[in-house]
Design a protein around this ligand. Structure first.
Ligand code: G3H
Length: 252
């Protein structure tokens, strides 16, 4: 059985005060009881990892884990502005998002680079959450399956059976931050495509890998999405900034 995982991706949001309030509200809410067999992760910007690690440690519910929003493909060296997987590990990060569409689009990240970042994370015991997904134009021209399959193919060719220790997030770019959520069936269909592609490589890997959905998830659509057989949770952007909304999605 794959656990349901809900990840808050704060993107470029937060400050010392609002982070403290957020963790407090979420921890108090979780202490009242959460559905069994689920995992919850919060991914603040890099400078707040230490603060959030401390806050989470003081949360008696011990439900929340910490993640980062990106990682370098390099181990160490002259790479100004980069943050290594070893550094993330030192700050108690259990997860890291790689290949988010915002990084693919605004920073020109390729499938190859994303796979290398995932390898770095794995080498340091950090679970990569690898994002894939098509743009509106690609879907409108009927190429969504081809695009996502090509992204997944690169992951399979580089990561091979180490994919079993990764999470994949299917995030259709047209659904991110737009309020246009993919219907549960549209999302399920693509999650199925991804799982079947993984099964072409290795059935065990396919059955282990958690595939999360991301893109305009809200408390009112999360129930239907999470009920789908190949949707193993969500990567939540905008709605994760409000701790009550995030809690409601975690309980969906
Ligand atoms: O990482 C999160 C995704 O980009 C989804 O963002 O929930 O604001 O649409 P969103």
């Amino acid at each position: 059985m794959r656990p349901l995982i809900v990840i808050a991706n704060w993107k470029l949001n937060g400050n010392l005060k609002s982070n403290q309030d957020w963790v407090q509200v979420v921890c108090r809410g979780m202490e009242k009881g959460m559905p069994a067999g689920r995992k919850y992760v919060v991914c603040p910007p890099f400078p707040y990892l230490a603060q959030c690690a401390d806050l989470i440690q003081n949360c008696s519910a011990a439900f929340l884990s910490l993640g980062a929003q990106d990682v370098s493909r390099h181990e160490t060296g002259a790479f100004t502005g980069e943050v290594s997987a070893a550094m993330l590990k030192e700050f108690a990060c259990a997860y890291v998002i790689v290949g988010h569409s915002e990084r693919r689009q605004m920073h020109g990240e390729s499938d190859g680079l994303i796979a290398e970042k995932a390898l770095q994370a794995l080498d340091h015991g950090v679970t990569p959450v690898i994002c894939v997904g098509e743009t509106a134009d690609e879907r409108n021209s009927g190429r969504e399956v081809e695009i996502v399959r090509s992204q997944v193919a690169k992951l399979v060719s580089v990561l091979q059976d180490r994919l079993a220790d990764c999470l994949i997030a299917y995030e259709p770019v047209w659904a991110i931050g737009t309020g246009k959520v993919a219907s549960a069936q549209v999302a399920q269909d693509m999650h199925r495509v991804i799982r079947l592609q993984l099964a072409e490589f290795d059935e065990d890997v396919a059955s282990h890998v958690g595939i999360l959905y991301g893109g305009s998830v809200k408390p009112d659509n999360a129930v239907e999405l999470f009920a789908m057989p190949d949707i193993d949770g969500g990567l939540i952007g905008g709605a994760s900034l409000d701790p009550q909304e995030f809690l409601a999605i975690c309980q969906a």
